[in-house]
Ligand binder design. Structure first.
Ligand code: MCN
Ligand code: MOS
Length: 762
C-alpha cells in the first residue's frame, strides 16, 4: 500500500508539501473571525429582496407596486417594466452575443420561482414587508414540469456527447449473456451552508462586489460586460466561502439586479438570497434517465455496451448532465455506443454539482456491471478486474497513470471483501439484512493556467498572492506549503492572500482543476524568487555568502546556507538586511512564454485555455473504488450505511489530511445522493416543493458511518507540475452505485431510481 507518509523535516514537517497541516483558515471560519460576503460592514447599506414568479411559464402582464412603494423605508422597486440598460455577458468560454440586452428581471417567465421584481429598502425587514405587497398578474402558458411530465418529450440529441466505436448493436445481439436496465436520478441541489448573495458598492464607475465566488476573475469579467465598464474597474472580493460545490462559479441574475440598484441609488446594496430562493436562483444537478445494455460472454467478458441517456435542461439554455461520461472509460470495451439527449422543461437551467456528468454516469454503469455479475454468478470484484481497461478505449490513448486495479484490490483487502457470501440475503444479524457493494468512480484531470506572486520581505516573512479561491477545499494551506517547500521557510512565516480579482489571475476553483494549476504557478514564482535571492547572495558586494566559492545555496528552516555546511549560514532577515533589500517580488504564470496581454486576460477570465483529459498524449483521470456496507431493516426497509472503505488514485497528494477530508466530504454527499436527496417537483405548477434544508434531506452526523480512505496513487508528472491529480470531486463519484449494489446484496431488490427510500424496499 502506498499511503503517502508525511515528510520528516524536524518540527516543520507538516508544513512541507505532502505534510498533514490543518486548514489554516479553519479556525477563523468556526470562530467567526472570517468575514463572509454578506457580513462586510459597509456604511449606508440598503437592502434588496427578490419577488419570484408563482407560475412556471408565461408573461408578466402587470405589476402593482403601489402598496410596496408606499411602504415605509422603500427606496426602489424594479420590475420587468424597467430597462436596466445592461448588456448580455459572454459565456464561460468568452463567446459573447453581439449587443444583446440583458434583462435580469424578465417579462417572459420560464420557470416557477424566477425572480421578476426587486424591492430595495432601508432595512431588510422593510424590504421583505414591501415585497409582500407586490401584486403581479400573469398570462400563463403551457409548461412542462419535469422529466416525469407526459409532455416532456424526447428532447434533442447532444451530438458532441455521443460516441461510438466497433459495432455495439451487433455485438450485443450476438452476446451469450445480456442485461438491460434503466436508471434514474432526481434533481439534486448544492445546499451549501452559506447561501448565495452579495454586498455591492460603486465609487464613481468603480465597482466593488463582495460575493462568494469560485472564480473571482471570471465573475469580475461578467460584471464589467453587463455594465460596459473596463475590467479593471471591477473588484470582486471573496476570501472566505461557506461551500460552493459548483454553484458559485458565475454571477447570476440577482447579482446584476443588486449592482444595478446600488448604482441607481448611489449607495451600497446588500442582497441576501433566501434559502428557498437558493433552489431557483441557480440550477442544481439535473434529473437524469439512462438505459444501459451490456453484452458479455458466459464467463463475464464484456462484449458490448449500448447506452442511451437523457437529462433535463431549461427551456432557454442547454446544460447536459452527461450520463455517458464514465461509461466509456471504466472498462475494456471493443464495441461501444452512447448517446445523450437533453429535455427542456420549465426549470432554472441546471448547473455543475460536484462531479457533474461523471456522477450519474458512474451510477448507471456501476449498477449495470453488478447486475451482469449477478446474472452470471460472478463476484462483483472479479468482473471488474476481468474487464480492466489497459488503455482508454474511447480516445485510444494510454492512461497517464491509472491505479484503479490497486484501488480495487487494496480497497477490497481493507474492507474484508473475501469474507462476503455471494447470494443476496445471505448475510444478516437477526432482522437486519447486511449487504456489500462496490462502485468505481473517476474524474478527469482538467488543466488550466494560473498566475501567482511571491514576495520575500525584509522581516523574513513570505507572501503568496493570487486571485485563486478557497471555498473550504484547502487552497490557502497547500499554497503556504508549496512556498514553504521551495523557500525553506517554516510555514508559520508564510502568509497567503487569495480571493480577489485584483490579484494575479487563476484557474476556477472548479472541475477539480485549481490545486494542480495554482500550485504549479506558486512553485514557479517561488523558485524564481529563490533563484533571484541566490543570485544576489552570491554576487552582491555586501553579501557574506559572496566569496564562499559556492555556486548554489540551500534553503532550510528559514536559513540560507552554503551546501554541506562549507560556509556561513544566514537567516532570511539577515541576508535581506545585508543585501539592503526591502523585498524580493516575483510574479509567474504557467502560460507559454511570450503570451500576449490579451492572452493573459483571456486565460484568467474565460475557460478558453482549459484543457480536457485527452488533449495531450495521454488520457488522464483520477480513479477510485468504493466498498459499502449497508444494514437494512427487514421489516421497515430503512437503510443505514454502516461502513465505507474507499481507495483512490489522485496522483501525488499535496496535503493528505485535506485530501482525506475532500474524499470523505464527497463520500458523504454520495450517501445523501443514494438515500436521501431528491428535489420534488409539483407536477401541477413546476414548483420545487422541498425548497429548504428541513425538507431537502442531506446526511447528518448520524447518517455517516466510519469511512476509511486509502491512497494508492503515484505522482503523475503529465497531470500537473507537481504530480497531483484532481481530488475535490472524484470522491462522490461511484458512491451511490456502491450503496445501491449493497442494498441489492442485502435484500435481493434492485432499486434503480435514486434515492433508495424505504417505500421502494418494502
Ligand atoms: N489536494 C491535494 N493534492 C492534490 C489535489 C488536491 O492535497 N493532488 C487537496 C488540496 O487541499 C486542494 C483540494 O484537495 O485544495 C482540492 O483540490 P482540487 O481537486 O484541485 O479541487 P479545486 O481546488 O479545483 O476545488 C474545487 C472542487 C470542486 S470542483 C467542488 S464541486 C468542491 C470541491 O472542490 N466543492 C467544495 N471540494 C469542496 N470542498 C469544500 N469544503 N467546499 C466545497 O464547496
Ligand atoms: Mo465543481 S461542481 O466543478 O465546482
Amino acid at each position: 500500500m502506498t499511503i503517502m507518509e508525511p515528510r520528516k523535516h524536524g518540527d516543520a514537517s507538516d508544513g512541507l508539501l505532502g505534510g498533514r497541516l490543518s486548514r489554516f483558515e479553519g479556525s477563523m471560519k468556526v470562530t467567526g473571525a472570517a468575514t463572509y460576503a454578506l457580513e462586510y460592514p459597509v456604511e449606508g447599506l440598503a437592502h434588496a429582496v427578490l419577488v419570484q414568479s408563482t407560475i412556471p411559464a408565461g408573461r408578466v402582464t402587470g405589476v402593482d407596486t403601489s402598496g410596496a412603494s408606499a411602504s415605509p423605508g422603500v427606496l426602489l422597486v424594479l420590475t420587468p417594466d424597467d430597462d436596466l440598460g445592461l448588456v448580455a455577458a459572454s459565456d464561460w468560454y468568452g463567446n459573447r452575443p453581439e449587443n444583446q440586452p440583458y434583462h435580469p428581471l424578465p417579462r417572459e417567465i420560464r420557470f416557477n420561482g424566477e425572480s421578476i421584481v426587486a424591492v430595495v429598502a432601508e432595512t431588510r425587514e422593510q424590504a421583505v414587508e414591501a415585497a409582500r405587497l407586490i401584486r403581479v398578474t400573469y398570462e400563463e402558458t403551457r409548461s412542462v414540469a419535469s422529466l416525469d411530465d407526459p409532455n416532456a418529450g424526447d428532447g434533442k440529441p447532444m451530438e458532441h456527447l455521443s460516441s461510438a466505436w466497433g459495432d455495439a448493436e451487433a455485438a450485443l445481439a450476438a452476446a451469450a449473456v445480456r442485461i438491460e436496465a434503466e436508471y434514474s436520478t432526481p434533481r439534486e441541489y448544492h445546499v451549501a451552508m452559506e447561501p448565495h448573495g452579495l454586498t455591492v458598492k460603486w465609487d464613481g464607475d468603480m465597482l466593488t462586489v463582495w460575493e462568494p465566488s469560485q472564480w473571482s476573475h471570471g465573475m469580475a469579467r461578467t460584471y464589467s460586460e453587463w455594465f460596459g465598464i473596463p475590467y479593471e474597474n471591477v473588484r470582486l472580493v471573496s476570501p472566505f466561502i461557506g461551500g460552493g460545490f459548483g454553484s458559485k462559479g458565475a454571477a447570476l441574475a440577482y447579482s446584476a439586479v443588486a449592482a444595478f440598484a446600488a448604482r441607481k441609488l448611489g449607495r451600497p446594496v446588500k442582497l441576501a438570497v433566501t434559502r428557498p430562493q437558493n433552489f431557483t436562483s441557480y440550477g442544481g444537478r439535473a434529473a437524469t434517465r439512462q438505459k444501459i445494455a451490456l453484452g458479455a460472454t458466459e464467463d463475464g467478458v464484456l462484449q458490448a455496451i449500448v447506452h442511451r441517456g437523457a437529462s433535463e435542461t431549461s427551456t432557454y439554455a442547454d446544460w447536459p448532465e452527461q450520463t455517458g461520461a464514465a461509461t466509456p472509460i471504466l472498462y475494456r470495451i471493443e464495441n461501444f455506443s452512447s448517446q445523450h439527449r437533453v429535455v427542456p422543461v420549465n426549470t432554472v437551467t441546471p448547473g455543475a454539482l460536484r462531479g457533474p456528468g461523471k456522477n450519474p454516469s458512474a451510477y448507471g454503469i456501476e449498477c449495470a456491471i453488478e447486475e451482469l455479475a449477478y446474472k452470471i454468478g460472478m463476484d462483483p470484484l472479479e468482473i471488474r478486474l476481468k474487464n480492466y481497461a489497459d488503455h482508454d478505449y474511447q480516445s485510444g490513448k494510454p492512461w497517464s497513470t491509472r491505479r484503479l486495479r490497486e484501488a480495487l484490490t487494496e480497497g477490497a483487502a481493507a474492507f474484508g471483501w473475501s469474507r462476503r457470501s455471494h447470494a443476496p440475503r445471505t448475510m444478516r444479524e437477526g432482522r437486519t439484512l447486511i449487504g456489500w457493494g462496490i462502485g468505481c468512480g473517476t474524474f478527469p484531470v482538467i488543466q488550466a493556467p494560473s498566475e501567482a506572486m511571491i514576495r520575500i520581505l525584509a522581516n523574513g516573512r513570505v507572501e503568496v498572492v493570487s486571485g485563486a479561491i478557497d471555498m473550504g477545499q484547502g487552497t490557502y494551506t497547500i499554497l503556504a506549503q508549496t512556498a514553504s517547500d521551495v523557500l525553506g521557510v517554516p510555514v508559520d512565516r508564510v502568509d497567503v492572500r487569495l480571493g480577489d480579482s485584483r490579484l494575479p489571475g487563476s484557474a476556477i476553483a472548479g472541475g477539480s482543476m485549481l490545486a494542480g494549476s495554482i500550485t504549479g504557478a506558486v512553485h514557479k514564482a517561488a523558485t524564481a524568487a529563490r533563484d533571484e535571492l541566490i543570485g544576489l547572495a552570491l554576487s552582491d558586494a555586501n553579501s557574506p555568502l559572496r566569496d564562499t566559492g559556492a555556486n548554489t545555496l540551500t534553503f532550510n528552516d528559514g536559513r540560507i546556507a552554503v551546501p554541506r555546511g562549507e560556509g556561513p549560514s544566514l537567516t532570511l532577515p539577515e541576508l535581506m538586511a545585508a543585501l539592503g533589500r526591502e523585498e524580493i517580488e516575483t510574479r509567474r504564470n504557467t502560460l507559454p512564454d511570450g503570451a500576449s496581454a490579451q492572452e493573459h486576460h483571456q486565460a484568467w477570465t474565460t475557460m478558453a485555455k482549459v484543457q480536457g483529459p485527452t488533449m495531450g498524449d495521454y488520457s488522464m483521470h483520477s480513479w477510485c473504488a468504493h466498498f459499502a456496507e449497508v444494514r437494512v431493516d427487514e421489516d421497515f426497509g430503512t437503510v443505514r450505511v454502516s461502513r465505507i472503505v474507499s481507495a483512490f488514485d489522485c496522483g501525488r497528494l499535496y496535503n493528505p489530511r485535506l485530501v482525506e477530508s475532500q474524499w470523505r466530504g464527497g463520500i458523504i454527499m454520495g450517501i445523501g445522493q443514494a438515500l436521501l436527496e431528491e428535489g420534488l417537483v409539483d407536477q401541477r405548477n413546476g414548483r420545487t416543493v422541498n425548497n429548504n434544508v428541513g425538507d431537502y434531506l442531506v446526511p447528518t452526523n448520524a447518517d455517516v458511518p466510519d469511512i476509511q480512505v486509502i491512497s494508492v496513487g503515484v505522482p503523475d508528472q503529465n497531470a500537473s507540475a507537481l504530480g497531483g491529480k484532481g481530488v475535490g470531486e472524484v470522491g462522490i463519484v461511484g458512491v451511490a452505485p456502491a450503496i445501491a449494489n449493497a442494498v441489492f446484496h442485502a435484500t435481493g431488490k434492485r432499486v434503480r431510481d435514486l434515492p433508495i427510500t424505504l417505500e421502494k424496499l418494502i
